[in-house]
Design a protein around this ligand. Sequence first.
Ligand code: DAH
Length: 353
Amino acid sequence: MPSGAASPAELTARFAAEAAAVSDRLGYEGLRLAWTGRKKGILRAMLAGMKDVAPQDRREYGQAVNELKRAVETGLEALAQRLAEEEKAAARRAATLDVTLPGRRPALGSLHPVTVVNRDIEAIFAEMGYSVAEGPEVEDDYHNFEALNFPHDHPARDTQDTFFLNSGALLRTHTSPVQIRTMLARTELPIRIICPGKVYRNDNDLRHSPMFHQIEGLAVAEGITVGDLKGTLEAFIHRLFSADTGVRLRPSFFPFTEPSAEVDITCPFCGGSGASLQGGGACGVCSATGWMEILGCGMVDPRVLAECGIDPDIYTGFAFGLGVDRVAMIRYGIPNIRMLFENDERLLRQVQP
Ligand code: DAH
């Protein structure tokens, strides 16, 4: 046996220890090369060492090296098997479901405040027998103004308010033209509709956006009175806000209704007192008046009915127009109308339908 080199018995023990320390395929390959490699493997070196062994010891040495070789081969086989089993076990562990882990919440979308308010209002009027009508956002002068009894020199026709298109068409400044379209296209009376939609005006500040949302309402039948208008709007407001919300009609003017009124509700923030709920002072939301304006309304002007081919001596009607964004701002305490259209997800996430 070569002097100074480890004996086959010592090497068997060393191999066993090294094999036990291997934990992955890379380690296995390293071990296999180190021991059975054709050029630099330990077994190879042991065989090459035979020439240094005294002739009378060679037989014994050869046997010992053969035993070592067998031990290395079976050891490598056992190691490969152990690694394969460990890999399988690890894969099983990775695939099992740990039911004690806290769940990951999927990110849910939410509805835009204007959509929520629109749907609520549609649901309330649907219960009262109204259906939903729609009309184009690109309108013409006839439906947006003329048929609604706007005199030719009325300031609302001014470019101040109206976006005109090069073709002579315009972006509707209110949802009232849908009244006209519905009456002209009617197949039967009575009519009971609401018309939600986008409207456009050349106006842009904290309280005005060039695009905003209205809901128009129209009821036409025989014998409709101001009492019907008031009762309908009161019932609607009590459903939309709360049963104790105060409602008042203030005389006003619109070209397409006579008489006309604006409708105020008691401020939902101060309960109509005008006083700030947070430690005295004035309510900043309604400017201490206790009231907030939310819609315009009136009895459909006989000239509008006649223009649409409905006999005003037989039929009467009422109409109203509501600012949806304003209702959303009141309901969700949104101070600036532009916040509704900036697409900031944080605003959307605060809105629960
Ligand atoms: N169209 C009006 C506006 O945009 C709102 C309105 C007022 C509509 C009175 C109506 C109404 O139907 O009767 O300001």
